[in-house]
Write a protein that binds this ligand. Sequence first.
Ligand SMILES: Cc1cc2nc3c(=O)[nH]c(=O)nc-3n(C[C@H](O)[C@H](O)[C@H](O)COP(=O)(O)OP(=O)(O)OC[C@H]3O[C@@H](n4cnc5c(N)ncnc54)[C@H](O)[C@@H]3O)c2cc1C
Length: 354
Amino acid sequence: MSAQGGSSIVVVGAGVFGLTTAVRLAEAGLKVRVIAGAPPGETASGVAAGMLAPAFETALDPPGGASLPLMLAARDLWPALAERLGVALDRSGAAAAGPAGWLDDLEVRLATLGLQPEAVGRADLEAWAPGMNPVFGRGLMTREDWRIEPRLALAALVSRLTELGGRIDHEVLSAEAALAIQAPLVLATGIDQRLSRLAPELAALEPIKGQILHRNDRPGPARVIRTEGAYALASGGGLLAGATMEAGRADRIPDRGAQAGLRSAIAGLFPSLPTAGWRTRVGVRAASPDGLPLAGCSGREGLFLAVGARRNGWLLAPLVADIVTAAVTGKDGGPWASRLDPSRFARDDGEGRA
Ligand SMILES: Cc1cc2nc3c(=O)[nH]c(=O)nc-3n(C[C@H](O)[C@H](O)[C@H](O)COP(=O)(O)OP(=O)(O)OC[C@H]3O[C@@H](n4cnc5c(N)ncnc54)[C@H](O)[C@@H]3O)c2cc1C
């Protein structure tokens, strides 16, 4: 079954996956209703740093970046989307600085991926990030990594959807209520398992709690700076430092103990920064076993999935939205659709059924 222009569809979830997919579906001519428990700004998407970072993510988080070409393909969909949304895309690049052994290792990893970072000296590092540890005498810089401001982009996605005739209702949907909906359904529910009765594929997702620190009394660096165990960037007029990766944790409670590694990495980057004065934001990522999303048809007729973004939901959202829109409208999902097929983790019951 495929939905054609003019037919109705419901998207559950108003994070970056839900809203980007909703916008793509509306652009394809469908009547889109989004149902979401949390307002967009209070989702993992609203907490995120907004890095669109195929290079450093592939090098620094191998489980999430198993495929550099896929990550680059997703990133390259951003300029057109950002233009349609009217949001700024920061394409100035990102830099890395840190202990010599870590930086050398990163350089080798980038080179192995076929990426050639530029070598930058102390003067550039100091200009981009005043107060950076003077021990860090050199750095690496890549123009492959970009950034978007998540809260502005979420607001722009909501505006674009509304402009295209879509609407958003705030409600936590139960499995019973979801089953009663007489329209194709896209689940973009992040880590939430309330609807896993409808889509057993969701059981493959594991939570990874992420705590990110923000302070308004210092401006952030002019470029995203990666260091061993942390990154720092400018956001909302202040400094954002992230992020913890707490596998298996799905609570949204700030936990100072689990921030120790992150705080120490940021103190190593900016030694004169006061240790007090940080505010914590928490989000929970949803990760599949291979670190890539589940995007496309579920095993259930009329049900589609856009979940499992791990660390790269912002980067991957336009690709996921295109693949899901193609699945809904019965079109070819393109070269990455099979890689993100939601059935890839389903167990075979011995009779060829998942
Ligand atoms: C600290 C941190 C930093 C990050 N930094 C980056 C980054 O720099 N770059 C990047 O690309 N990614 C980053 N990420 C990852 C990114 O934030 C996530 O991958 C992405 O936001 C996931 O988006 P999503 O739409 O799948 O889920 P979410 O944003 O979690 O949204 C899920 C939505 O589903 C709704 N929902 C769930 N169940 C129901 C239900 N039963 N009924 C109704 N609504 C329901 C929720 O209310 C919500 O609206 C970061 C994540 C964290 C935590």
